[in-house]
Design a protein around this ligand. Sequence first.
Ligand code: BT5
Length: 257
Amino acid sequence: MGSSSGQPPAYPLLAYPALDSTNDEVRRQAALGGEDGLVITADTQSAGRGRSGRFWQSPEGNLHLSMLMRPVCSPERATELPFVVALAVAEAVAGLVPVARAVRCKWPNDVLIDDRKVAGVLIESEMRPEGGVDWIAVGIGVNVAMAPGDDEVIFPATCLSAAGGRDDGVASVRDAVVDRLYFWRRRWEEGGFAPIRRAWLGVAWRLGAPLAVRMGDDRIEGIFSDLDVRGALILQSADGLRVIPAGDVLPQIDGER
Ligand code: BT5
């Protein structure tokens, strides 16, 4: 359970060798009265998941972390949180790989190194029966030592070690992620979404360039021109501006490679 320096971490941590999913453990801990800021990690997950119930490969050597948050904002502003988290993870990752590597945020909440996905974020929450948010699970997976092969994933993946990252172990990646998470969350609470949106756009993957997005059965292409005030993706497509609240950015547009 120690931190990378051998000292106990400066934040509440429950570190497990194995779990179904760290997000599921947040749900259990929340029911037991777990407090805001509690960090849960598992060396491996048997049922690690991505968005829309997709599977998240969770081998030992990678970081699987969830933070329990008690309500941080009004429910209408929940769409802002993924960007706060992605930004924190991107900054942590950028501090761990050589500066020549391009660390970017892919809409809505993935982190890429040189066009390959190194981290994903899954945010889940539950309401109180009487209304209002009870808890939020901020789930983060960072590929530290291993990444799935290209034939196993919808978007090519990489890991910190393949990107020449410092080999200080998972605990140091965990500490860096938690540190940046606290920092960006405070920034968001104090300054609202504007500074988050600005910083995220500053490291956005393919801003100003053609992008293809899958939304349900639709595939939309256009120039990635902006992020709206709620975090929706704005594409300049052949038939005008398209505002996309949710979807998957594809690795390439038609005609590429
Ligand atoms: C995500 O979903 O990127 C969110 C992943 C969140 C994982 C963390 S680990 C800690 C916490 N506990 C959990 O149970 N989950 C969170 P999405 O954008 O839907 O991407 C999922 C897709 O990425 C899969 O369908 C695969 O194609 C691909 N994939 C699976 N494992 C991967 C990995 N380790 N690295 C890169 N891509 C992966």
